[in-house]
Design a protein around this ligand. Structure first.
Ligand code: PEP
Ligand code: MG
Length: 751
């Protein structure tokens, strides 16, 4: 009877829990109630902390009150620890002589002899332990044990929820306790550098971009229709100016950024809608908000994702118009000159934010070899990836210092850190970049070709001051990313011609469109797929969209007229694919010839080696391709099944995995046997240790971002190719990652 009442009470507690956020009180109520019903002098709940594999006392009656949170024992330690480890209740008449007993001095536990511990298990995982103790050395009865078992199983889910809530509360308290602004010591967070540079600036948290929502809550002084017309004109001028600036810096990629803003601004229905509201008596700022809201709702209801995204443009435009209407009343929440903190970026965000002149970024997720990082390097936008969501809660007035050379983030840095930073910048400015030697050679005179990876036309300007043997990889997809439609053949021709003219006489390798994966065309991919990197991307996309593919090839062939032109297909996984892609080039060349259009009729045609399937058929591929370029970024991702954009699996993304290194060697060998050219254009070509290995397996051509060229020329100049060969020979015989690490980084301390 007693037990039934207890179970009813527990049912009641369940209900109480639903409406209560105070899990501590709830747990306390549970132990009080269970102790009373079970006639125990002590009742305790221990939570199991999986991370630390220990039990922590969370609620108690009978022991000293300040013991909560302080009593901790490892799994298997003490009677409660042993009970949870074996997932078995333990009942003893005298705990003090039990072999597992552990005394915690100062909490009066020695006063209680009878002990009953019941594990709390939910969905087959350990939640904690419920413990009862009595003074006298009378064991708990079988009935008691059964009752406690029923109680615990009834309470398990409830306690698990309380456990979750407690851990969340402590996390929230932790975040709230971080008063970034008034920190006397500089708060420091370690991340991974994704794009190099130093920068010190105020922050802007992207998730806050609720400027339009804020507008709705504001009240404005009375304005006139004349004010509205003037505000429209100023907005148009501002946007045109912005557009011009962007076009100057990013001719190829970002020319379309503000077109839709301008189009909306000129849209008669939109403007007349606002005027109509004003004529009905609405204050112009409110008229702008009401009309924009109507449009936003319509856009958001559209099934097409691209149209839905347009709602953002309307919001942005409304904020700009209202800001111009009321001038001093609202401040445009901008990102200009700020360090942006965001959960993640797409490559198009990098382009857009670069045009809005952000200083740098901290991302909560992403990978250092992702395309976001690759693109940010071209734009000299320092980025650190720090897997710490608390950064999104940072005080909005905080200033942060990014040392994206090594991945350090200092929040509200103290003076001494700032001074060190300023000194470093001065030193860097004094150390004008070393002039590069015209050709790159190893210490023993072996010629290595250093090529550049180009993502944007802007990179070509940088190359003019550096010694490089040509463009080893032009990522032609970036100009496609931010537009509102596919660039026409003419637009592409214009960009490609500029690229070729920027590197007269040098070898230029165009990689055909490599979209998909993390490079999404907002105007094309209509539905999101589950595994985009395994989907219709890259050459698969081109072959499935022959019209788009042919337009690109024609533009390349035309731009490559009289140039040292190479065309390379990404993501080739079979001979058929390569042959099909090559045929498109042949057809385009024939077409141009028929029409008498000047073009390059005989470019070298090669492929990227970045799909594991290509490795097994590499000898046959070497028989039909003019050259190989090893894309290690994707090769590693696919060989090791570790998403290059996912920080959570970064520890699995290992360029020095034996499978990867042996695959590279195999490709180099196949190319040598077939006497075709082979290069490496992934990020492995950026790093000193890997360069040694790559030269060792016979790679003589490396392609990298411009920023690494000078540094790597120096690294190569002190290498002896015979030593490289010996080192590579030894490495490919090793099968353990840690043994390879010792060879590649002999000076690195072992953790
Ligand atoms: C690669 O995969 O290594 C590569 C160079 O191409 P991307 O980084 O553009 O995929
Ligand atoms: Mg690739």
């Amino acid at each position: 009877m007693e037990h039934i009442r207890l179970l009813l009470d527990i049912g009641e507690l369940n209900w109480v829990f639903k409406d209560s956020a105070d899990s501590e009180t709830l747990l306390q109520n549970i132990v009080t109630m269970v102790a009373r019903h079970m006639k125990a002098d002590v009742c305790s709940i221990y939570f199991f902390d999986e991370k630390n594999q220990e039990l922590v006392l969370r609620a108690n009656v009978g022991l000293k009150t300040d013991s909560i949170g302080k009593i901790k024992m490892k799994l298997g330690e003490g009677i409660a620890g042993a009970c949870l480890k074996n997932i078995e209740p333990i009942c003893t008449a005298n705990s003090l002589v039990h072999p597992d007993f552990k005394l915690f001095p100062g909490i009066n536990e020695e006063l209680y002899k009878a002990f009953l511990a019941e594990p709390i298990i939910s969905k087959a995982s350990r939640v904690g332990v419920l413990v009862l103790q009595r003074k006298e050395a009378n064991p708990f009865s079988e009935d008691d044990m059964l009752a406690l078992r029923i109680i615990t199983s009834q309470l398990a889910a409830l306690i698990e929820n309380a456990k979750l809530l407690t851990s969340m509360n402590s996390y929230i308290k932790q975040i709230a306790a971080i008063d970034w602004e008034s920190q006397s010591e500089s708060k420091f967070i370690k991340g991974k550098p994704a794009s190099r540079g130093y920068v010190y600036a105020k922050i802007a948290v992207i998730e806050d971009s609720k400027a339009f929502d804020d507008l709705e809550k504001m009240s404005f002084e009375k304005c006139t229709l004349g004010d509205f017309t003037r505000a429209l004109q100023s907005t148009e001028k501002q946007i045109e100016l912005l557009q011009k600036k962007v076009e100057k810096n990013l001719t190829d990629a970002a020319s379309m950024i503000f077109t839709s803003h301008l189009l909306i601004l000129k849209d008669k229905t939109f403007i007349n809608g606002i005027i109509g509201e004003i004529n009905k008596g609405k204050n112009p700022p409110d008229a702008v908000i009401t009309t924009s809201k109507k449009y936003i709702h319509i856009f958001l209801a559209n099934p097409n994702e691209y149209i839905r995204e347009k709602a953002k443009d309307i919001e942005d435009l409304a904020v700009r118009i209202v800001a111009n209407l009321v001038r001093d009343d609202i401040k445009l929440p901008g990102v200009k000159n700020r360090i942006v903190i965001a959960r993640e970026f797409y490559p198009s965000d990098v382009l857009r934010l670069s045009s809005e002149q952000i200083k740098g970024a901290v991302l909560i997720s992403g990978g250092v070899t992702s395309h976001v990082s690759v693109l940010a390097r071209s734009l000299s936008m320092p980025i650190i990836i720090a897997n710490d969501p608390a950064l999104l809660n940072i005080n909005r007035n905080a200033k942060i210092l990014l040392d994206a050379e090594i991945g350090n983030i200092y929040i509200n840095p103290k003076r001494d850190i700032l001074k060190e930073f300023a000194d470093r910048l001065k030193r860097k400015a004094k150390n004008t970049p070393a002039v590069m030697m015209p050709v790159t050679k190893t210490k023993n005179g072996l010629r290595i070709q250093l090529m550049a990876n180009v993502n944007l036309l802007k990179d070509v300007d940088t190359l003019k001051e550096l010694a490089c043997d040509g463009i080893g990889l032009y990522r032609s997809e970036f100009p496609f990313l931010i537009r509102s439609n596919f660039p026409s053949e003419e637009e592409q021709f214009f960009v490609y011609r500029k690229l070729i003219e920027g590197m007269p006489g040098k070898e230029i390798t165009f990689r055909t469109l490599d979209v998909g994966g993390d490079k999404i065309l907002s105007y094309f991919q209509k539905t999101k797929k589950d595994n985009p990197v395994l989907g219709l991307r890259s050459i698969r996309f081109s072959l499935a969209n022959r019209g788009i593919f042919a337009e690109q090839i024609r533009a390349i062939l035309r731009a490559g007229y009289k140039a040292n032109l190479r065309i390379m297909f990404p993501m080739i996984s079979s001979l058929e694919e390569f042959i099909a892609a090559k045929e498109v080039v042949g057809q385009c060349a024939a077409d141009l010839k028929n029409k008498g259009i000047p073009h390059n009729g005989a470019p070298q045609i090669g492929m990227m080696v970045e799909i594991p399937a290509a490795i097994e058929i590499i000898a046959e591929l070497a028989g039909i391709a003019d050259f190989f370029s090893i894309g290690t970024n994707d090769l590693i991702q696919y060989m090791l099944s570790a998403d290059r954009s996912n920080e959570e699996v970064a520890e699995y993304y290992l360029p020095h995995h034996p499978a990867v290194l042996r695959a590279i060697k195999k490709v180099a060998r196949a190319a040598q046997s077939a006497k075709i050219d082979v290069s490496v254009c992934g990020d492995m070509a950026n790093s000193a240790a890997y360069i040694k290995f790559l030269i060792g397996v016979g790679i003589r051509k490396l392609s990298m971002n411009a920023e690494y060229l000078g540094e790597n020329q120096k690294i190569i100049a002190v290498l002896d190719s015979k030593e490289c060969r010996q080192m590579a020979k030894e490495i490919v015989c090793l099968s353990r990652v840690d043994d390879i690490e010792k060879k590649l980084w002999p000076d690195k301390p072992i953790n």
